[in-house]
Structure formats: structure tokens, C-alpha cells
Design a protein around this ligand. Structure first.
Ligand code: GNR
Ligand code: NI
Length: 165
């Protein structure tokens, strides 16, 4: 397995829209293993392929304490079940060091393929619903900072640029 480099905001590559996976083959299995290793090493609770510069619809998540319950979503889609919102202080491995409250639909129904290539459905709530929406945003070239005001987003961009100097 391998640790992959994680792209960081405001890298324009993070704006790439991922394509669906056509076949859950050995190459995708290797990508999943490498994404899981990268996510665990970075101590994240989720990772989208976009963040490691692979523009296919693959997400890994693990919310467990023991880091022994990986969830893999390939070609994910979701529908919003009601109009309740859930506010959560979000962070992102591609925007390191910044945490801001984002409001998202609280209740969703998710469809995806697992790493076995089989379609499954999930009705997550709480942090899992937040995390799945955060990761699907990545596959669409979107970041949590896009949900903030332009003022907040630009402040984060300037701070990151300043810190890199
Ligand atoms: O590790 C992560 N923590 C997190 C916290 C609140 C909301 C979303 C997340 S996902 C993030 C890992 C990441 O950047 N995934 O894309
Ligand atoms: Ni993220």
C-alpha cells in the first residue's frame, strides 16, 4: 500500500469533477486500499479520490473509534429526505487547520456501490450524513469553504497563502 499526497486549497485541481467508475476492478481496489491508508495516516474521518488527484467517484470513510470500520462508496448519489438542517463544525484535510460551521440537510438517503461492486442504500444522519455530503462535494469539485461567505473563504485563502510564504 502507499500513502498518497493530499491536494490543498486553493489548488485548482480540487475543482475537477470526478467521473463514475465503470468497473470495480483491481486498479480501483488498489486505489481504495491506498486511500484508506492515507486517510488513517492523516487522521481524517473521510477522504475523496479528488483529494489525492484521482478523478473517479470513490470515497472512503471511517467514523469508528478503533479505526476498524471502513466504509467505501463508489458512484455515490443521495436524495434529501426532509427540510431539516444540521449544523456541524467542519474541517478538511485539504484545508488544514480551519474549522467552520456548515449547515447541510440532516436526513438523506444514499445509494452507492460497495467495494464488492454491489449497490447498497444507506439512510445516515448526524456526522455520517455530514461526512458523506462533504465527500460527495469533493467529487463535484466543491469544498466546505464554498458553503461559507466569500469574506470567510477569502480570509482562509489569504491565511493559507501567508503561512506558505
Ligand atoms: O477528517 C475530516 N473531518 C471532518 C470533520 C467534519 C466534517 C467533515 C470532515 S471530513 C474530514 C476529512 C476530509 O477532508 N474529507 O474530505
Ligand atoms: Ni474534505
Amino acid at each position: 500500500m502507499a500513502i498518497l499526497d493530499i491536494l490543498e486549497f486553493p489548488d485548482p485541481i480540487l475543482r475537477t469533477v470526478a467521473k463514475p467508475v465503470q468497473k470495480v476492478d483491481d486498479k480501483i481496489q488498489r486505489l481504495i486500499d491506498n486511500m484508506l491508508e492515507t486517510m488513517y495516516e492523516a487522521q481524517g474521518i473521510g477522504l475523496a479520490a479528488t483529494q489525492v488527484n484521482v478523478h473517479r467517484q470513490v470515497i472512503v470513510i471511517d467514523l469508528s473509534e478503533q479505526k476498524d470500520a471502513p466504509l467505501v462508496l463508489i458512484n455515490p448519489s443521495f436524495e434529501v429526505l426532509d427540510d431539516e438542517a444540521f449544523d456541524y463544525q467542519e474541517g478538511c484535510l485539504s484545508v488544514p487547520g480551519f474549522f467552520e460551521e456548515v449547515s447541510r440537510p440532516a436526513h438523506i438517503k444514499v445509494k452507492a456501490l460497495g467495494r464488492d461492486g454491489k449497490l447498497f442504500e444507506l439512510v445516515p444522519d448526524g456526522l455520517l450524513a455530514v461526512c458523506i455530503q462533504h465527500e460527495i462535494d469533493h467529487l463535484n469539485g466543491k469544498l466546505f469553504v464554498d458553503h461559507l461567505s466569500a469574506l470567510k473563504r477569502n480570509r482562509i485563502k489569504q491565511k493559507i497563502k501567508k503561512d506558505r510564504r
